[in-house]
Each structure stands twice: as C-alpha cells, then as structure tokens.
Ligand binder design. Structure first.
Ligand SMILES: *[C@@H]1O[C@H](CO)[C@@H](O)[C@H](O)[C@H]1NC(C)=O
Ligand SMILES: *[C@@H]1O[C@H](CO)[C@@H](O)[C@H](O)[C@H]1NC(C)=O
Ligand SMILES: *[C@@H]1O[C@H](CO)[C@@H](O)[C@H](O)[C@H]1NC(C)=O
Ligand SMILES: *[C@@H]1O[C@H](CO)[C@@H](O)[C@H](O)[C@H]1NC(C)=O
Ligand SMILES: *[C@@H]1O[C@H](CO)[C@@H](O)[C@H](O)[C@H]1NC(C)=O
Ligand SMILES: *[C@@H]1O[C@H](CO)[C@@H](O)[C@H](O)[C@H]1NC(C)=O
Ligand SMILES: *[C@@H]1O[C@H](CO)[C@@H](O)[C@H](O)[C@H]1NC(C)=O
Ligand SMILES: [Fe+2]
Length: 542
C-alpha cells in the first residue's frame, strides 16, 4: 500500500545476494521458456491473457517480441479440429516495452461453452511444445448454474526477483517464514485452477515498479551506494519484471479469463515515491520514462469488455456471467464531482469530467436483476480497513452511496496488504441484519495475494468496527461461489496449502419487482460502441 521508507543497510542484511534476472537472458531454443527471458524465436507466443467480451465473445491476448502483422487465433469446440479462425491487425507496443501485445476478439461464440484455441506461431520452431489451450465463455445472463471465481488484489512477481519467502513486512521483525514445499499464490491459483471459472484481480498487477525500490533496499545484494540505477536501467528492468510476471501467470491465464481493474502500481516506476536514505535521494515519477506512467503498460496488455458495456478501456467496464453482473471501476483517477483521484496529479484523467460516475449510475440502474440478481463490484482501494484507515477518502465519497443506493451485494478491494472481511455496512454503520438479507453491501479487502513488500500489519486496536475476520499473517486469495439467486459464499484460501481458512455465506432475498420499459440504456456518445444487452435491460425497484 503506502511506500515504506527503510534503511537500505538494514533491509539489505535480510537478503542473500540474489541477482536480478538479466534482461538479456535468452532461451536456448530447447522448448523451455525461462520466465522473463527472451525467447529463441521472437514470434513465440507468450503470456496469454483472456477476457470475456460478452457471453458470446472472448478476447485472446498474448505477447511476442516481434510485431505480428496479422495476429491469428485458431479455435473450435473439438480440440483436434480447430476449424475456425479470427485475426486482427492489433499488435501494439509502447515506449520502453520490448514486447508487442496482440489482441484478437472472437465473436459469435456460444455462451457457457468450452472452446479450444491456438494462436499464431504456436507451431513455430522452439514454440511447438506449446499446447492447445481451452477457455469457457461466460454463461448467458439468467443462466442459474452455480459457479465460483477467484478474487484478489495485489498480486505480483514471485521468486528471486519478487516475493521473498517471508510474510513481512520487509525490513520488519514480525514475519513468519513460508517453508520450502509450501505454495505461493500463483502456485496455489494454478493448483486450484479447476475450482474457479475466472480470475477477478482488483488492481496492483505484477508490481513492475518495484525494481527501483528493491535495488535501493539491497534486495539484489548490492551495496547501498551502488544501487542507484539509471532511468534507462529502471525502464529496462520495469519491463523485465513485468515479462517475468506475465510468464509466471501464463499456465493460469491461458485458460482462465483474467478480469482486471487498475491499481496505483500500474501507473509509475517508483512505487509512488521511494527514498534512498543512504544516498539522500528521493525518487518520484519524474524518474520514470514515458511508458512507465499513466497506466500505459496496463492499457497495452489488457482488453477488458468496455466496448460491450459502454465503459472506458480497461479503466471501467461491466460484464455479466450467469447469475451475476460485475462492475469494475478505477479509484485512481476520474472520481467525478470535482473529487481528485489519489494519483491524479500525474495520471489521467481518462474520461470527461463525471464520465465514470455517470456511467456507473447508468450501468447499475439498468441491471436486469431478474436475470442477474447478484451485483458485484471490483475496485482497488478500500475505505474500511484496520491498517491506517483513511478518513472518508475521495474514492469512498465517489462510490459508496451509489453502491448502497443500487443494492450492490458485495464489493471487493485490495491495496492494503492484509485480508479483512466486513459485515455489511454503509457510511460507517454496520447493517444490523448482518449476513442475513442485509440492505448494505458485504465487503472484502483482499490485498494479501503477495509481492516483494510482504504483508502489512493491522494497527488498530480494536479492529475497525464491522470487521468479521482479519488476517495479516497469511498470503491468500478469495473464492466466491454463487450457489443460486439467494446464497453466495466467500472463502479465503491460504496460498501455502490451499486450505479454506475463513468462510462467510451471504443470504439475499433478491425479491425484485420488475418494471418494464423504463430508462433504456444509452451508451455515452464518446464510447467505442453500444451495449449488446441494452435493449434487454430495464429498471427495477425494490
Ligand atoms: C509486531 O506485531 C505486534 C502485534 O501485531 C505489534 O504489537 C508490534 O508493534 C510489531 N512490531 C513491529 C516491530 O512491527
Ligand atoms: C560504499 O559503501 C561501502 C559500505 O557500504 C563503503 O565501504 C564504501 O566506501 C562506499 N563507497 C563509496 C564510493 O561511497
Ligand atoms: C493519461 O492518458 C490518458 C489517455 O490516453 C490521457 O487522456 C491523459 O491526458 C494522460 N495523462 C497524463 C498526465 O499524461
Ligand atoms: C453518513 O453519516 C454521517 C454521520 O456520521 C451523516 O451526517 C451523513 O448524513 C451520512 N450520510 C449518508 C449518505 O447517509
Ligand atoms: C459498532 O457497530 C455497532 C453496530 O452498528 C454499534 O452498535 C457500535 O456502537 C459500534 N461501535 C463503535 C465503537 O462504533
Ligand atoms: C441456495 O443455495 C443454498 C446454499 O447452497 C442452499 O442452502 C439453498 O437451499 C439454495 N436455495 C434454493 C432455492 O435452492
Ligand atoms: C494450512 O495453512 C493454514 C494457514 O497457515 C493453517 O491454519 C492450516 O492448519 C493448514 N492446513 C493444513 C491441512 O495443513
Ligand atoms: Fe495499491
């Protein structure tokens, strides 16, 4: 969450002399790709990423070190006969990136259906070991089949250049050592891949921006006064750390859609401000080259379903899957009503004034809750937390009342690197009905997936009013299961062994009265396209 300033010498003493992966490391071409290394074949498809594009579409994204003139996807419902294909001309990069982001949207698919696919150059020399992957499209709204998703915030690079094997905080003395043989969160998500349909990652992805901080803190074993990387080195390593992370995620994200919301770490190379005490230097985002700021890499890597929902790029959008309507927002910029986003001085805005807020109100007002009784919101920053709770921050002022007014059932946040689960509450007041048909939304702050900095620690005694469970000693992630129209269960999974260590079931009556034909959805005039479900939606009253 917050940048923590440490004595470089004290931090350095914690670590053995690891060496950051050299950005010039190359695969030898034996069919084994080292995460973060340059492939032997520069067309080799790496870092597959999937995103729903409505219930009848899927965007397939991947990265290559060469630009592709015609990225292609071969697909079909029979793994041995990929009889359909789609292509695009979208193979784009950005300043300082070494890779190109290829995006191909498949349309006209059947909802809730498993497809197999391969992308361009999957059979090229040195890449031919890449398997045929599969994905399953979103269920049509109104499909009441139960299903689960994985949900968490704040997941970064694991391994030598990322997460240490301690729970942290880094530099502190309150930690537990994760034993050899235990799983980190990426391993845990992979092991449990068959237990969820997609990943909902509510901001802070990869933590590319940690190279500068890691260097200053001696993570790579360098002497404190030898650790002032140039802007060029920071830019190169920013990309290298990101490549490693996306490579690490590939076994999961090639087969499970990865829906993301923006977090602050997508917007700079300096961890939002990092101080080298030994050298008396404070770094800020002016040290970051173009390409490392303003969500550039984030917006290049992902293609969220904003076209389908009248949203804006990867910044805000919504989608349906079966019983649920999901809404993704940004807390970082574009809060409307003259409110300033926490990093808006040097990033954004992405839309016109009030565009996100107007879109949100319109989107929520037009959910057909006879089809999708559940409404879940993903956003990055919390307003209730037992770690240095902010006092009614701008993002709370922007969003909380809209969630309440529109009967949002559950919202998930991260940013603070702990796990905390709240009884339904609004405006600081705990809903007296608890989890039994509350009027207020239920809340999880799940920012303990893991990254270099380790975990934060609760500093409120007693804990924030409304807290049902608070864990600051375990890396973990959430599994949210929609059983039917009235019951959902949130489980917190300890990454180290995959055990469920916390569980809450919410009951909502969801007794909606539908009024036909009011407030038909009109997409904002500057959006890229309309909402496929627009005509089918109508307003509901409680
Ligand atoms: C360690 O954690 C305990 C309990 O949470 C706290 O009282 C103490 O201040 C922490 N110590 C440090 C050095 O952070
Ligand atoms: C760098 O720091 C080491 C101790 O960390 C010290 O011995 C050395 O003199 C320093 N070098 C310079 C050039 O400041
Ligand atoms: C950030 O990017 C958006 C979208 O391209 C642009 O409108 C905005 O001006 C940029 N902000 C800054 C500070 O560069
Ligand atoms: C929130 O609570 C405060 C008192 O704590 C009250 O003044 C305010 O009107 C409440 N706001 C809403 C939207 O209910
Ligand atoms: C905590 O919330 C409960 C229920 O709303 C309320 O009765 C109690 O007074 C609150 N406690 C504090 C310390 O605010
Ligand atoms: C909904 O699911 C819950 C939890 O599995 C179950 O207890 C309840 O009976 C189900 N309701 C209906 C109407 O099937
Ligand atoms: C899994 O890890 C959690 C968290 O450390 C622990 O509480 C639990 O006992 C472990 N379960 C098993 C089966 O080892
Ligand atoms: Fe964050």
């Amino acid at each position: 969450m917050l940048p923590v300033v440490l004595s470089a010498v004290a931090a350095a003493s914690l670590f053995s002399t690891a060496q950051a992966l050299s950005p010039s490391t190359k695969d030898v071409g034996n069919g084994v790709h080292i995460p973060g290394a340059i492939p032997a074949n520069l067309n080799e498809p790496l870092q597959h990423r999937l995103a729903f594009a409505g219930p009848t579409g899927m965007t397939v994204s991947w990265s290559t070190f060469n630009q592709l003139s015609n990225p292609q996807v071969f697909y079909g419902t029979d793994p041995s006969n990929l009889d359909q294909q789609a292509s695009s001309s979208e193979s784009t990069t950005y300043p300082t990136s070494r890779t190109y982001n290829n995006h191909v949207k498949l349309t006209g698919l059947k909802p809730g259906t498993k497809y197999y696919y391969k992308v361009s150059y999957t059979n090229a020399p040195a890449a031919a070991y890449r398997p045929t992957y599969s994905f399953t499209t979103a269920r049509a709204p109104g499909d009441t089949t139960p299903y689960s998703i994985a949900i968490f915030g704040d997941l970064g690079l694991m391994g030598d250049d990322g997460l240490s094997t301690r729970t942290g905080p880094i530099g502190g003395d309150n930690y537990t050592v994760i034993p050899d043989g235990a799983m980190n969160t990426i391993q845990s998500l992979l092991a449990a891949k068959d237990s969820y349909d997609f990943i909902y990652h509510t901001g802070d992805i990869a933590y590319n921006d940690y190279f500068l901080k890691e260097s200053i803190q001696g993570y790579f074993g360098l002497a404190a006064n030898d650790t002032q990387p140039t802007r060029g080195e920071v830019a190169e390593q920013y990309e290298s750390l990101g490549e490693q992370f996306y490579d690490q995620m590939q076994p999961i994200t090639a087969e499970r859609p990865w829906l993301v919301t923006p977090g602050n770490h997508e917007a700079n190379c300096d961890n939002g401000g990092v101080k080298d005490k030994a050298a008396h230097i404070t770094y800020d985002s002016t040290y970051c080259m173009p390409g490392q700021t303003n969500f550039t890499g984030y917006n290049a890597h992902f293609r969220m379903p904003s076209y389908e929902s009248g949203g804006l790029g990867n910044m805000w959008y919504s989608f349906d899957n079966g019983l649920v309507h999901y809404v993704s927002l940004t807390c970082e910029t574009d809060l409307g009503d003259g409110l300033k986003g926490p990093i808006e001085d040097v990033n954004g805005p992405f839309g016109a004034p009030n565009q996100q807020i107007n879109w949100l109100k319109n989107d929520l007002a037009n959910v057909d809750r006879t089809k999708t009784p559940w409404v879940v919101v993903g956003l990055h920053r919390p307003w209730y937390t037992s770690v240095s709770p902010p006092s009614w921050p701008a993002w709370q002022q922007a969003f909380e009342k809209i969630f309440y007014d529109n009967h949002v059932d559950f919202y998930h946040q991260g940013h603070v690197h702990t796990y905390e689960f709240f009884s339904p509450m609004f405006n600081g007041s705990v809903d007296p009905r608890g989890l039994n048909n509350p009027r207020a939304p239920m809340i999880a702050v799940g920012g303990s997936a893991g990254h270099y900095d380790g975990l934060d620690q609760f500093d409120q005694t007693p804990l924030y009013n409304g807290t049902l469970t608070a864990i600051d000693t375990e890396y973990g992630w959430g599994r949210l299961t929609f059983h039917n129209r009235t019951h959902l269960t949130y489980q917190f999974i300890a990454s180290r062994n995959g055990s469920v260590i916390d569980e809450h079931t919410l009951y909502k009556e969801h007794n909606f009265r539908k009024i036909q034909g009011q407030h038909p959805y009109t997409p904002p005039s500057n959006s890229q396209g309309g909402n496929n479900n627009a005509q089918k939606r109508s307003i509901l009253h409680f």
